[in-house]
Every structure is written in C-alpha cells, then in structure tokens.
Ligand binder design. Structure first.
Ligand SMILES: *[C@@H]1O[C@H](CO)[C@@H](O)[C@H](O)[C@H]1NC(C)=O
Ligand SMILES: *[C@@H]1O[C@H](CO)[C@@H](O)[C@H](O)[C@H]1NC(C)=O
Ligand SMILES: *[C@@H]1O[C@H](CO)[C@@H](O)[C@H](O)[C@H]1NC(C)=O
Ligand SMILES: *[C@@H]1O[C@H](CO)[C@@H](O)[C@H](O)[C@H]1NC(C)=O
Length: 376
C-alpha cells in the first residue's frame, strides 16, 4: 500500500500537476509543529489526485477504505528504480507515515519499503491491513527505510509466523521501537529472524490470546539484545513465574516490564525464577491481585500495584525493596481509618481505577475476535 503513495502519487505528479486540492485534510500539528495530512481513499471511486497534498506533509495518513491493492501489483517491478521516482522520494518531507485499511500484496509492500528507503521516514504505522502472499527477499540487504519506530496494529499476514523474518531485511537495522498489537501471528519462525541490534522497546500489548506459551514463541531467543522496555499489557498472561521463565529463556533483560491488565494468579509453592538484575520498574496494576505475589525481584525502583484487590496493607516482608511504590485503588485503602487530610484529598476524586472497565471492555472485544479466528 505504501507504494500506492509512491507509484500513484508519482505517476500523478507527472501526469496532472494542476488538480484542484481539497483543503481540509491537512492541519498543523501543534505538538510537533508540522503539517499532518490525511488522504482518504475510502470512496469506491476515490479521487487519487487528492493524494498530491500528502506529498508535501511531514506526517501523512493514508486510508484505503479496506480496498484491495492487487491491481497495482502489475505495475510493480522490484528491480526497476526509475531515477525520477527516486529523486521525488528523496525530496519528500515525510517523517511519519500511517497506512491503514487495505488488502496489500506482500510484493507491493516490499516495493513500497524499497522506495521509502530513499525517504527520510522515521516512523511507520501499519494498521488494519491484510498482507497477502509472501514477501520477496531483497536483492540488496536493508534497502528499506531507516526507521526509528514501526507500529503494527491489527495487521494479518498470509505468511503467518514467517512474516517478521520476511519483513526484517527490508528495514535498516537501526529500528528502536517495535509495536505489534492485535496480532494474529506472534509465533515467529525464530531461526529465520535475525537479531534486532538497536531495538530498545518491544510492545506486544493487547494480544489477549498470547499467554505464557505464546510469549515463549514471540520472544525469539537472543534476537533482542538491546531491549530495555517490554510492554505486555493485556497479553493473556497468568503467572509471574511463566513470564520470568520466558524472559530467561529468551535472554531478554528489560529495565521496565509492564504486565498491567493481565489476570495474574498466585502460585503457592511455585519454584522461584531469577529476574534479570537490570529490572528496575515493574507494573502490576489492574492485575486482579488479592495478595502481593511471591517471587518478585528483590529490589526495584518502581512497583505499581495500583487497582488490584489487596484487602490488607502488604507487610514489608512481602514487598521488595522499592523506592516508588503505588498501592492506590486497592480495597484495603477504603476500609482503613485514614487521617482527615487524606479524606479531604479523596472526597470527590475521580476513582483512579475507573479506566479498568473500559480497558476490560476493549480487551473483551479483541479476545472475542481472536477467539473466533484462532490464535496462530
Ligand atoms: C474516509 O472517508 C469515508 C467516506 O468516504 C469516511 O466514512 C471515513 O470515516 C473516512 N476515514 C478517515 C480515517 O478519515
Ligand atoms: C482489522 O483489520 C481488518 C482488515 O484487515 C478489518 O476488517 C477489521 O475490522 C479490523 N479489526 C479491528 C478490531 O479493527
Ligand atoms: C502501569 O500501568 C497502568 C495501566 O496500563 C498505567 O496507567 C500506569 O501509568 C502504569 N504505571 C507506571 C508506573 O508506569
Ligand atoms: C514514581 O514513578 C512514576 C512512574 O515512573 C513517576 O511518574 C513518578 O514521578 C515517580 N515518583 C517518585 C516520587 O519518584
């Protein structure tokens, strides 16, 4: 699909430089002080020339309205890189690109990435895409974009577990942030995946079908040597021991681990697992915990136990040494006689755990969706 931008925009650019430009789709993003344009091709007969304005924006969103891009495959030639296209792509100001809602043949995606290799793109988001077919191997390694972040949300791949290994050679190796949420294939063919030497953040949140066994398949051993932040929010995890063991097997040593919104259960008598010594911050909020789990790392800087079901204040011997502990939103805080100052502070306050029902609702939908299709 991204090459629909390239191929289409570029041929349009040559053919019709004088199309009228619709005004609204672009706006100034105050936060980053850059123009953001949305080009929406959802209409059954889209006005492709409206894509022109997206050429001059720094942040670009392309919506395909769920259309299939098979027809553009005929025009793709992975070996041909006409110089005029290369020059235009080099001059694009694009830094952030979102491509959403389309059925994309994998060779088209590969050709788009190859073209984007000439751009200054730093952040790519693929959302609600169905990628069909298999991705060809690039002639030249790492000929795609030099991305800082790649976000995938609800992207399905005909290549199933092989997709990551197929996609990887199309990216330069400097990727620092990888988000894969609402995925259906996280069981990677690890022997084909190469290490991500610069990847510091991996976010596998909102994959409620993952669980510990899925986590073992997703965390390819020794492929994430620089990982510092691992987010596993709402990932169907049930035991801390299972997570700890998966990290140990994969040789992943994060500093920050987010396990919030998982229904963790106590494991009396479970064997201990050695947490990575680097681990400084652990998020166990919204985890349905009725007691402080055993086997936590001995020392942490941040431990978030907010919005659980702790009925009594944890004893100091139950907690690790931690400088920044949050116990907000646990039942024992409601029943405890509190000093007047706190009462004033609490009265009329929006309950801090209110977002819980929202998150659970959303997870439920995703769970249903994944349950219906099976998690592979
Ligand atoms: C794109 O346009 C269609 C109508 O053609 C509209 O229903 C849809 O909400 C738009 N999508 C976005 C992301 O703007
Ligand atoms: C996921 O993407 C598909 C298109 O591939 C779309 O039909 C579906 O509605 C999306 N699901 C969600 C939950 O957004
Ligand atoms: C822990 O996770 C919850 C929910 O995902 C989030 O609201 C909270 O800010 C996180 N806590 C820390 C210390 O990052
Ligand atoms: C505790 O950690 C949270 C999340 O990392 C941070 O926002 C907060 O400022 C920290 N508080 C203290 C007192 O260090």
């Amino acid at each position: 699909m991204a090459c629909v931008p390239c191929l289409l925009l570029l041929s349009l650019l040559r053919a019709s430089a004088a199309s009228p430009l619709p005004e609204e789709p672009c706006e100034l993003d105050d936060e980053v002080e850059a123009i953001r344009c949305t080009c929406n091709f959802s209409d059954p007969k889209p006005d492709w020339s409206s894509a022109l304005q997206c050429l001059s924006a720094v942040q670009v969103e392309l919506h395909g309205g769920g259309r299939s891009l098979e027809e553009f495959l005929k025009r793709v030639d992975l070996d041909a890189k006409p110089q005029q296209y290369v020059d235009v792509v080099k001059s694009l100001p694009w830094q952030r690109l979102t491509v959403a809602a389309a059925r994309v043949p994998a060779p088209l995606l590969a050709s788009a990435l190859q073209m984007l290799g000439y751009s200054r793109l730093r952040e790519l988001t693929l959302q609600d895409l169905e990628v069909t077919g298999t991705t060809p191997t690039p002639l030249l390694e790492a000929s795609g974009p030099d991305l800082h972040s790649l976000h995938l949300r609800n992207v399905t791949w005909a290549a199933r577990g092989a997709w990551l290994a197929e996609l990887q050679p199309w990216l330069k190796p400097g990727l620092q942030v990888l988000t894969i949420i609402q995925a259906r294939s996280l069981a990677f063919s690890c022997e084909q995946v190469r290490p991500f030497p610069a990847l510091t953040t991996l976010d596998l949140s909102d994959n409620p079908g993952l669980g510990e066994s899925g986590l073992n398949l997703a965390l390819c051993p020794h492929k994430f040597p620089a990982l510092q932040v691992l987010a596993l929010r709402n990932a169907g995890l049930e035991t801390l021991l299972g997570v700890c063991a998966a990290l140990a097997t994969a040789g992943v040593r994060p500093r920050q681990l987010d396990l919030s919104h998982n229904s963790l259960r106590a494991e009396p008598g479970a064997p201990k697992c050695v947490w990575p010594s680097e681990l400084l911050s652990l998020n166990l909020s919204f985890a349905g915990l009725e007691e402080v789990p055993k086997g936590l790392p001995a020392k942490l800087s941040v431990l978030d136990l907010s919005c659980n079901r702790l009925n009594r204040a944890p004893r100091s011997d139950e907690l690790p040494k931690v400088s920044n502990l949050s116990l907000d939103g646990n039942p024992f805080l409601d029943s405890e006689p509190s000093n007047p100052e706190e009462n004033i502070g609490n009265s009329g306050m929006v309950p801090i755990c209110a977002s819980s029902s929202l998150a659970v609702g959303m997870s439920g939908t995703v769970a249903l969706l994944q349950g219906a299709r099976g998690f592979a």
